[in-house]
Design a protein around this ligand. Structure first.
Ligand code: SF4
Length: 436
């Protein structure tokens, strides 16, 4: 194993095939699919997590492929002492001929000696480390004892064996939950990574409404973990943090059911649900939201003109498909053709499903070839998909949008609602220009 900076690849994972079936549970007809799927793996989450958590270092225990994925996804940062790297498992490690734990201890020791600024070190599991059953949880405990008081060391899985790339954030945040201090005070905990600029906007809105104290997970510094307990009201900012919410629930916290803060309507309802959990009336929320809502409506109007009546399909990739579909249908007038989600977490989607205009088709999981056949028959105006599928589909004359861009960009909240709509209008405008 050797310490090395990290590059990129998408993961195509073959799972057991089975025939699609319809399910009428909770009145929703869902097409369930299992087969070949094409998604990035959970290592992609390191790109936004390392930017957000400024005292954290992410050490992937993986292969050269993992290193390539990270370096490509995160840009060329090898000259800027990035806060991520890959400890590469060599042939001898994979063949069980070397003691990976000894090697890992050495790599971590060297890393921490070189980087005294690191407050929290995440050991990130990958497909290779999981295939050889390298127990990173135990390694994290052992290394924590060795480096007692100097640095917190935690482990989580970022492997492509998980369903989709956003689960990397969920497993990372879940690893932080046992470390959070206990407190039963009434407090709001916003869960899911938000860019600092968006977090600051929400802090101002919560203060104007009268909600306090408010904490964010992840915090800007992992060393400043928010408290959790029976008084904690969880407000999810991202739909893919279900495991984190479950872990927080075991510590006494309660999930506030709300749509996600995408678009004007979603943001208003999200803030309203938080206010209701604190016993604050709608009048306070209306007063705090009036000006930013009016500003967002003015900005959104021109994109609604461009998107109105256009047909859109989502291939399953990020878990953002349902809230974004709801925003595009209700606020931008788009028609939902197929809405594909990697997995349908009804607990995290209750309020969204109540608002979602019925798409022509709602599918869960993926059987890639079958889905592409449906897409070619549907020929929507816009297809939201992973990076690996975008170019081939463009070559077939379909207009595409990379779904991963929607996770990297600031898209939550009132002020970002026009920017969010613009992300969908841009590829349509580009295609229209190319047609002339
Ligand atoms: Fe590929 Fe797995 Fe490494 Fe991701 S974790 S880059 S899917 S080998």
């Amino acid at each position: 194993m050797s310490g090395a900076a990290a590059l990129s690849a998408s993961a195509a994972v073959d799972a057991e095939r089975c025939a699609p079936s319809d399910d009428g549970a909770d009145g929703l007809t869902v097409l369930h699919e299992r087969g070949q799927r094409q998604v990035f793996c959970g290592l992609a989450g390191i790109v936004w997590l390392h930017r957000k958590i400024q005292d954290a270092f992410f050490l992937v225990v993986g292969s050269r492929t993992c290193a390539h994925l990270l370096q490509s996804a995160a840009g060329v940062m090898i000259f800027a002492e990035p806060r991520f790297a890959t400890a590469i498992l060599g042939d001898r490690d994979l063949a069980g001929m070397a003691d990976c734990n000894d090697e890992l201890d050495r790599v971590v020791g060297e890393l921490l000696a070189r980087r005294p600024d690191v407050g929290t070190l995440f050991l990130v599991g990958s497909c290779p480390s999981e295939v050889i059953k390298l127990d990173l949880d135990t390694a994290a405990e052992r290394l924590s004892r060795q480096h007692q008081g100097r640095v917190r060391i935690l482990a989580y899985s970022g492997s492509g064996i998980e369903t989709t790339f956003t689960q990397g954030e969920d497993t990372c945040l879940t690893a932080l939950v046992p470390q959070m201090p206990a407190s039963d005070e009434l407090a709001l905990l916003v869960v899911g990574t938000l860019p600092d600029i968006v977090e600051d906007q929400f802090r101002r809105l919560f203060a104007a409404i009268g909600i306090a104290p408010v904490y964010f997970l992840p915090a800007r510094r992992a060393a400043e973990l928010p408290p959790v307990g029976a008084g904690t009201k969880i407000l999810a900012a991202q739909p893919f943090v279900g495991e984190t919410v479950a872990a927080l629930g075991k510590r006494g916290a309660e999930l506030v059911s709300a749509p996600y803060p995408f678009g004007i309507e979603g943001t208003r309802a999200w803030l309203g649900a938080a206010a209701a959990a604190f016993g604050i009336g709608e009048d306070k929320v209306d007063a705090a939201c009036a000006a930013p809502m009016a500003r967002a409506a003015r900005g959104l109007a021109r994109y609604r003109e461009q998107l109105d009546g256009k047909r859109i399909s989502f291939l399953p990739d990020s878990q953002l498909e349902i809230p974004l579909g709801r925003f595009l249908a209700r606020e931008c007038g788009m028609e939902l053709v197929e809405l594909g989600v990697p997995y349908l977490d009804r607990r995290m989607m209750t309020a969204e499903l109540d608002l979602l205009p019925a798409p022509r088709r709602l599918s869960e999981g993926q059987d890639l070839e079958a889905q592409l056949d449906r897409l070619r028959a549907d020929r929507p105006d816009l297809t939201v998909c992973g990076l690996g599928l975008a170019n081939p589909l463009e070559a077939e004359g379909l207009t595409t949008k990379w779904s991963i861009e929607l996770v990297f960009s600031p898209v939550h909240g009132f002020d970002q609602a026009p920017d969010l709509a613009e992300l969908f209008a841009r590829p349509l405008n580009r295609r229209a220009r190319l047609a002339f």
